[in-house]
Ligand binder design. Structure first.
Ligand code: PMV
Length: 355
């Protein structure tokens, strides 16, 4: 019987608190600003990918949740696969002439998300991170997570952050070749394990403007983006990293909400304008603002921080001790359909590393 060359890896979802929005190089996916995210617990939210190489396969093929997905030549998937094959050839096969020439075999890749697509969560970050990790394992690549982060970045920008657990910064870098545009861990999950994310699914519709085309339009037309890149994000990256290291929830919450607001302001400043939030999203913001106002008046500081990606769903970061109260608040303002509660709201602790 011939040897089976197969490997499986999982990667978690991450939700940014300093948003990545804009590319300075669209092919290499180099961002116009650094960003920072919290990796969520992968017991609940993860992509798991199995890759297999075999000389009998006739083409590289990907199945996403059981359905075949096209691998476009020169596209992002193809870029990641080609880069990992090149690394296999340049390292393992080059150093050991007896090593099987897996870089010349076609691969079959099957990827699954353990959360329903209807959760309204972008799965490209966990998906590309899991794909890169599984191929790296299949090829037994002697490479660091930094190298994998650089490759995952070329699949989907935010994927570079899903290679690490806890609190993760994607440093924009300065080199035109992208060699220093990668994620680093600011603090592990164990540093501040009681920061939880409450995901409120406002709508599970597919978003109207994809992040790729939305970003491009913003870069091309928004004067506010230029201000954000130069005058706002660099200081926020420093301040929120410090807040995380000091477990200062007040500062973490203030910056998280301000950055979500500015990202959506930049989307609105785009021509034509992009609206990712809807009336329910804005009503959730109003509830969180009032909740914090009361808490601040009582001398208890900020208790909740909302953030929205390129869609209407809210993610509310809060300390674990306040999550129950926040769920009650959200449910009282936005009654859930009978029996639909757990499909529309979910609480997720921060997660650890990819495995
Ligand atoms: O990596 P992409 O192309 O899915 O873009 C992600 C953009 C945001 O989710 C809006 C922000 C972020 O930093 O994750």
């Amino acid at each position: 019987m011939s040897t089976v060359y197969q490997a499986t890896a999982s990667a978690p979802v991450n939700i940014a608190v300093i948003k990545y929005w804009g590319k300075r190089d669209t092919k290499l996916i180099l961002p116009t600003n650094s960003s920072l995210s919290v990796t969520l617990d992968q017991d609940h939210l993860r992509s798991t990918t199995t890759s297999r190489a075999d000389p009998s396969f006739v083409k590289d093929t990907l199945w996403l949740n059981g359905k075949e997905d096209e691998i476009k030549p020169g596209g992002r998937l193809a870029t990641c696969i080609t880069e990992l094959k090149r690394l296999r050839q340049a390292t393992v096969e080059n150093e050991d002439p007896t090593a099987p020439k897996l870089s010349t075999y076609k691969v079959h890749i099957a990827s699954y998300n353990n959360f329903p697509t209807a959760a309204g969560l972008a799965s490209s970050a966990s998906g590309f991170a899991a794909l890169v990790a599984s191929l790296a394992q299949l090829y037994a690549l002697p490479v660091s997570p930094s190298t994998l982060s650089i490759i995952a970045r070329q699949g989907s920008g935010s994927a570079c952050r899903s290679l690490y657990g806890g609190f993760v910064a994607w440093q924009e870098g300065v080199h035109p070749d992208g060699s220093d545009s990668l994620a680093i861990q600011v603090a592990p999950q164990s540093h501040w394990p009681n920061i939880h994310a409450l995901i409120c699914v406002v709508s599970d519709d597919k978003k109207g403007t994809s992040s790729t085309s939305g970003m491009q339009l913003t870069v091309d037309t928004s004067p506010l983006l230029q201000h954000r890149i130069k005058a706002v994000v660099p200081q926020r990256m420093k301040d929120i990293s410090k807040a995380i290291l000091e477990k200062d929830f007040d500062t973490f919450a203030r910056i998280t909400m301000a950055d979500s607001n500015q990202f959506h302001a930049v989307a609105l400043d785009t021509e034509p304008p992009i609206f990712y939030m809807n009336d329910v999203s804005r009503a959730i913001i109003a509830v969180v603002v009032e909740y914090n106002r009361l808490s601040l008046a009582n001398g208890q500081g900020y208790k909740a921080a909302y953030t929205y990606d390129a869609g209407p769903n809210a993610v509310i970061y809060a300390e674990e001790k306040n999550i129950k109260e926040i769920i009650q608040l959200v449910v009282s303002f936005f009654p859930q359909r009978e029996g639909a509660f757990k499909d529309n709201l979910g609480v997720f602790p921060p997660g650890a590393e990819v495995n």
